[in-house]
Design a protein around this ligand. Sequence first.
Ligand code: ARG
Length: 581
Amino acid sequence: MASVNSLSASIQQRVADALGADPLLRRSDRADFQANGVLGLAKRNKANPRELAAQVVEALPAGDELIAAVEVSGPGFLNITVSDAAITRTLAARAADDRLGVPVKPEPGTTVIDYAQPNVAKEMHVGHLRSSVIGDALVKILEFEGETVIRRHHIGDWGTQFGMLIQYLVEHPHELDHGASEAGEEAGEASMSRLNRLYKASRTVFDSDEEFKTRSRKRVVDLQAGDPETLAMWQRFVDESKIYFNSVYDKLDIEIRDEDVVGESGYNDMLVETCKLLEESGVAVRSNGALCVFFDDVKGKDGEPVPLIVQKADGGFGYAATDLSAIRDRTAALHADTLLYVVDSRQALHFKMVFETAKRAGWLTDEVTALHIPFGTLLGKDGKPYKTRSGETFRLVDLLDEAVERAATVIREKSSELTDEEVADRAKEVGIGAIKYADLSTSLGRDYVFDLDRMVSLNGDTSVYLQYAYARNRSILRKAGDAKPVAHPELPLAPAERALGLLLDEFAETLAGVSETYEPHKLASYLYALASAYTTFFDQCPVLKAETPELRENRLFLCDLTARTLRQGMALLGIRTPERL
Ligand code: ARG
């Protein structure tokens, strides 16, 4: 494990020494890098910027092994060209490291990520898709950087809706019995259809039978009081739902560990105390019987303040009481210093009020960052929320199945020599990858149009494009026979090699940016740029037919590092890179 200084970090340092100030270095089209820091310094010192820039050029060591050329341009910018040897040497250092030179955080903290939180006894919909895909990528990226990550799947497994379901099950205990041959995906589907049937049946009785309604209400009280028989029935719903969730997560290729599933019910024991603490400290006040927290800047259309309701007038606890208790648990018991919530942007106001309340109560201090990571809605081609023809929200599984099917068509067209089984295997990796990538390449908070044709297209910013770039690359390495990837810093680089090399060097910095702002789309766009640069390199620079053995080795080296960077980057997004496509 050796972290590698990037070229930009080395140059930044070199120019900073010569300038005595931050050179404000950035990548540039004119040269490799441009430093703009001379202008500000000249202004502060009332100096002539072009003269100052010329002095910096003088001060930089000539014939340097890092910097090949520096030029003053415009009002006093520095255009800096890196030497070919420095590029190859830096890349060789990355290649020698398992982590591709990506540093491990020297002082990692503890981050709790709240993501992938479907609701018990309910169908999973596309909103759950986005939370799961984005959350999973963030977990992987933060863990790779050395952060201690605690995953929390805050599933909806508690509340008054269970009264009716449990009562019905008590009266019809065999409705959740399992079929003998159920396994895998089918078991998931069977579970969901039992839950659906049970939900509908209990609803019908609830709406037509007053006495059942009364018995159901009594069940809610029993549930909250922890009555063993009621809890046992409730547990059956949770278990049944988990069979379904797990089958969907399997399909999505996302690992959900049972110990990380701590749903709303997990905080039940804390609710009374949470309310008591809020009321005693005056953070929450009684208003028409309900326990409420008020905010100066949260008002309804009528101008009246809209409070966060922690406890309803009938004594019931809601969503907010649970989230506040979860904050107490995550800070005091789990010692988190960062709390992330990957949740639909429509819950922004809820989190704003919950965080503010927790701050007033002293549960969120300056040492803890709590952040809602909102995501937008999946839209149909008509620009409206994605619905089925009959106007229902799409079932997540149907969407996944359709993506896999489309991917199979694309693969069959492209590679006719694959067996049906091979096509089916790859279609999963390509189809699920397409869904994840489309999601992750969209900047957070934005709505996006769910367009499967575009998502599985071989051209453009798609995961299939990246997967093909990877597979083609791997096939060259397989065909290379005895020729091995070896870096040759003495060789001059062609423009396409330089462009690829400079990008390969940016992997670590890209990841650092992602974990700072929690924006996986920055990694997605980096990988796309990398695959594009690789495609150009591949078109312009013969690899196996290179003119000399050294050139061939050096180009194989670039291929190999590109493949490893693509594979690592895609893995961090939760996307597979098949060796052959
Ligand atoms: N189960 C909720 C839903 O489906 C999402 C839970 C989000 N997490 C939280 N801590 N409130 O909308």
